[in-house]
Design a protein around this ligand. Structure first.
Ligand SMILES: [Mg+2]
Length: 263
């Protein structure tokens, strides 16, 4: 498999909209929030052949945004495009949350706050096995409310897992609320820094900038990219609107969304 530096964000958004409409399911805003991050991550995966034990690993900890992951897998050739049309169908491996039976998906996720523990284990395993493979994990901002995230963060810093990069989708929203009203997230960069991580702050919709960060040489400790994002990014009526965590689109909403994301 080869990669170009072509941006994937818009193509991922189109698939998210098309498939959520066809299957009549929600989690659209969460998937649009990470479209550029997932696009950059899958371009950054230098080795992604599922048969190669030294392939780089990607963990979508916020598993409810799985549709963005499936779209990216299709863009890089790990998922047949026709399989996208089975999303949420009977007997399909493409459920609302990702399954590790799917080629290119190493860990089933969706139980929030657990992805970093799995990614940290994968990073430590690479070190113990003398492998140069890298591990990327994408977390939501509100997952950082969970204690298990900080246990894993301490462990990764203790073991100086420079092969581990976390991306935090800082969209300032979580399910039914805004993080400022539930648990304030503005201090996330300082918190990660205090836990011994190399912290980079970035615009989470600048796919090229994110790609550059993800492909930069590993540090002597784990790295976190706190990516500023907009929930529902690309669709005006969804942006920063809580209800689009769950709602499916009407026909008219779908038409407007597709014309707005372009591509
Ligand atoms: Mg969030």
């Amino acid at each position: 498999l080869t990669h170009t530096d072509q941006l994937l964000g818009t193509a991922i958004r189109r698939t998210v909209l098309e498939q959520s409409k066809r299957a009549h399911v929600g989690h659209i805003g969460s998937a649009l929030s990470i479209a550029d991050l997932v696009g950059a991550a899958f371009t950054a995966l230098g080795r992604n052949d599922p048969a190669d034990p030294d392939r780089d690993r990607f963990v979508l900890s916020k598993g409810h945004a799985a549709l963005a992951l499936y779209a990216a897998l299709a863009e890089v050739g790990l998922l047949p495009r026709a399989d996208l049309d089975t999303f949420c169908g009977d007997a399909s491996l493409l459920g609302v949350h990702p399954e590790h039976m799917l080629p290119g998906v190493d860990f089933s996720t969706g139980s929030l706050g657990q992805g970093l523990s799995m990614a940290t284990g994968a990073a430590l395993a690479a070190v113990l096995q003398g492998s140069t493979r890298r591990v990327y994990a994408l977390l939501s901002d509100a997952e950082c409310n969970e204690g298990a995230v900080w246990e894993a963060a301490m462990f990764a810093a203790q073991h100086r897992l420079g092969n581990l990069t976390v991306i935090v989708d800082h969209n300032h929203q979580q399910a039914f609320g805004y993080t400022k009203d539930v648990l304030e997230s503005r201090e996330l960069p300082a918190r990660w820094r205090a836990f011994g991580w190399d912290v980079v702050e970035a615009d989470g919709h600048d796919e090229r900038a994110i790609l550059e960060i993800l492909t930069s040489p590993p540090a002597d400790r784990p790295r976190v990219v706190v990516a500023e994002t907009v929930f529902g990014k690309g669709v005006s009526y969804m942006e920063r609107e809580i209800k689009w965590h769950y709602l499916p689109m009407s026909d008219a909403e779908f038409d407007q969304a597709m014309s707005e994301v372009g591509g």
